[in-house]
Design a protein around this ligand. Sequence first.
Ligand SMILES: Nc1ncnc2c1ncn2[C@@H]1O[C@H](COP(=O)(O)OP(=O)(O)OP(=O)(O)O)[C@@H](O)[C@H]1O
Length: 242
Amino acid sequence: MTGNAITAEGLRKRYGETQAVDGATFEVRHGEFYGILGPNGAGKTTTLEIVEGLREPDEGTATLLGEPSWPRNKTLLRRIGVQLQASAFFERLSAREQIHTFASIYGVPTARADEMLETVGLAEKSRTRENKLSGGQAQRLSIACALVHDPELVFLDEPTTGLDPQARRNLWDLLRTINSEGRTVVLTTHYMDEAEVLCDRVAIMDEGRVLRVGAPAQLIEELGVRSLEDVFLQLTGREYRE
Ligand SMILES: Nc1ncnc2c1ncn2[C@@H]1O[C@H](COP(=O)(O)OP(=O)(O)OP(=O)(O)O)[C@@H](O)[C@H]1O
């Protein structure tokens, strides 16, 4: 495929007095595992919402899979997967009912939805209600729902937040598989070790701008530091977790 999976140029978005995104520019290649890192309030979520076509920028343009993100494009929405927070599940439904609901929205056969539950290791929990799933299970269900229509590109917003180390590692394996099947993966995370092991490249964001982009190892070398955590500290002048 030619061109980039995502091109974002000079994105700006203001909410009242807050300049949430202030000229964000970056590109994601097809098949890339791309991380967006930044402290709370850096503008990551707003930037992704603009790229996904869910929010109109005040300025700038975003191109997603070769098409403009805005005005919202229904054909494009079918080609991308957006992981919703576990709190966005339909109330009182079981894991299987949740994913069947997503499948029916996209016209996907229920057998495919059941397969997806199995892929994320939730076949045994299919009859469990959303509010009875553990944190890791709920994250895996939300990823399964985002993948049920076999999108080319997946957006994951802090997929491993709040998980114990073993559950995080299991999810890393799943995310690697998703990417190795040829899908572009864009993820935001608060964990530098996670970005370091998973991402081909990361964009470091602060105050609505992309400060630097590169492969984790390359950034570490360029700045002459020991870890991505140090890169972050050096570029933003602050600890990642405040
Ligand atoms: N709908 C909104 N209305 C008003 N202000 C908003 C809105 N959404 C975000 N903001 C503000 O814009 C700034 C950027 O928020 P955003 O959620 O994009 O950052 P983030 O990097 O995703 O943060 P976090 O890591 O905490 O999720 C913050 O100061 C936030 O308070």
